[in-house]
Design a protein. Structure first.
Length: 531
């Protein structure tokens, strides 16, 4: 809880909003295949689409009702005769492209290792995910496995990144792809790709654009990876592919942090959970504010032997990335990890994550900040989406990612999906929920302003304090009703003011205004003549 104090009185700022929608997603026993679930999803005009290893669920936003749940192997046609048929292996990603009002879902696929690895890719033919889809089988590599793929929507298509491994387990390099739009939404798959052999090119995140304003035409997709914040520009030339460029830049310096491989404890079991340290977490939400753009990033770090969340807002001005704000969120003794972060159209930020300790079952929470809050703080505190009632046994892997995204209808409502347990064991559950920051408002205006001539050079003012969210009061005075100047600033809850040193037998005009950081609200003007 964040508080501000005036003259011994305390006023609470707005706390993190509670969920609007909060409903069960898919679970292992009914829909999943193995550990971890790799919970991902996105929100469209009417539906929320979730994916886990290895199933897809479509839900109505308004009710949380499941419209359909199906496996990837059933979702993708098996009659095509491609290596993707019935060979979906997981690491799925769901994207909603609000600029074309289309959905894209993909996961990796392979059959044996002799012909390398593939992506099973589906693109909806309309904004309705329950309707028809185009499906594609993209050959990712002749010999290597396309592990830990991530995706993002951009002004010219869909961008994908992956860590390329030998099937025997050795990391080789990073690879990035661009899938051209609108062709992908019309039955045509046009692709460009580039590899990067540098050591820092590990678990790269592509920018995933959200918001009513698309990235500028011609802007490269900005991509990021962790140690410091490494960043690249993938600038695709669809007309002349030979002119496509992949440009690495000097890393962004960040505040010092510590990484640890230590596991996260749970109640009632010696099984600890993997924090998946050493990489940025999905997705890298990009938002174009016009004069600048923001990209929101997060990863796990260690504070006093606790795994907890480090987050960043990167700002892009004239094609250059820089850190605008950053912070580590560690409000108590619990561990927080597997985060996902996004920002709304007002510049408010929300970060969702798992939270657990030896006394707290793995649960789902989220924290955030208003754009008006002091920089480098999640000042609105923390809210709960669901409190777990079981621990995971037998396996230490706890997801590769969760997903925070934004409703394209109002560009303000956050939607988050993450895993948890109802019963100790191995049947993971998932949750889907939404919340929205209430728009900050000025305080209510004071009423019943009275002005009494107490003496020849003194006027006493009184009023009714109607507000619960004012920072204080301002008193204005003038010799005419239309020409008032500020004469005093008072603390919150004030109801009186004595104005001294006035001229005898002179009429003065007053108004009193309650104010906070979002504006002021004023009483009507009152006048009185000194004695």
């Amino acid at each position: 809880m964040v508080q501000r104090s005036y003259a011994g009185l305390q006023r609470e700022t707005m706390l993190m909003p509670t969920p609007i929608m909060n409903f069960a997603g898919m679970n292992l026993n009914q829909h999943g295949a193995g550990w971890p679930p790799d919970t991902t999803g996105d929100v469209g005009l009417t539906y929320y689409v979730q994916a886990v290893n290895t199933s897809i669920g479509i839900y109505r936003k308004s009710t949380g009702a499941a419209v359909s749940t199906t496996t990837f192997n059933s979702f993708f046609p098996s009659s095509v005769g491609s290596p993707c048929d019935n060979n979906n292996q997981g690491d799925s990603i769901v994207l909603y492209d609000q600029y074309n009002q289309r959905w894209v879902i993909f996961d990796f696929a392979w059959s044996g290792t002799s012909n390398g690895s593939f992506y099973s890719i589906a693109a909806s033919q309309t904004s309705d995910p329950t309707g028809a889809w185009w499906t594609y089988c993209l050959h990712a590599d002749n010999t290597l496995m396309n592990d830990y793929p991530k995706g993002g929507v951009w002004h010219d298509g869909i961008y994908i990144t992956a860590n390329m491994f030998q099937f025997s387990g050795s990391f080789q390099h990073a690879k990035v792809w661009a899938l051209k739009a609108p062709g992908i939404y019309n039955g045509t798959l046009t692709v460009q790709s580039i590899t990067d052999n540098a050591w820092e090119a590990w678990s790269i995140l592509p920018s995933h654009a959200k918001g009513s304003t698309a990235p500028p035409a011609g802007a490269p997709n900005y991509m990021y990876a962790l140690d410091a914040i490494f960043w690249w520009e993938f600038d695709v030339d669809w007309t002349t592919p030979a002119n496509t460029t992949w440009t690495g830049h000097s890393p962004l310096s960040v505040a010092a942090y510590t990484l640890t491989a230590s596991g996260i404890p749970q109640p009632g079991t010696s099984q600890t959970l993997d924090s998946l340290y050493g990489r940025l977490m999905n997705p890298a939400v990009y938002r174009n504010f016009g004069s600048y753009a923001s990209v929101y990033l997060n990863h796990v770090c260690d504070v006093s032997s606790r795994r907890t969340e480090r987050w960043y807002e990167i700002r892009i001005n004239s094609g250059t990335s820089s850190i605008y704000q950053q912070s580590t969120y560690a409000p108590d003794s619990h561990h927080r990890w597997m985060g996902s972060i996004a920002g709304d159209k007002n510049g408010n930020i929300a970060l969702g994550y798992s939270v657990a300790s030896s006394t707290l079952y793995p649960s789902i929470r989220y924290a955030g900040r208003l754009s008006s809050d002091p920089l480098n703080q999640l000042s609105q505190g923390e809210a709960s989406m669901v409190t777990g009632t079981g621990s995971q046994t037998s396996y230490n892997r706890w997801g590769d990612y969760s997903c925070m995204t934004i409703n394209p209808v109002d560009d303000e409502t956050f939607w988050y999906t993450q895993e948890y347990y109802i019963t100790t064991g191995t049947n993971w559950q998932t949750r889907i929920g939404s919340f929205k920051f209430t728009a900050p408002t000025p305080p209510d205006a004071p009423t019943n302003l009275t002005a009494n001539a107490a003496a020849c050079n003194q006027i006493d003012l009184g009023w009714t304090d109607n507000s619960s969210n004012e920072d204080g009061y301002r008193v204005y005075r003038g010799l005419t009703a239309g020409s008032l100047s500020l004469i005093a600033t008072l603390p919150a809850n004030s109801k009186y003011y004595r104005d001294n040193g006035l001229q005898r037998r002179t009429t003065y005009y007053y108004k009193v205004c309650a104010y906070n950081t979002h504006g002021e609200s004023c009483s009507s003007v009152s006048s009185v003549k000194t004695k």
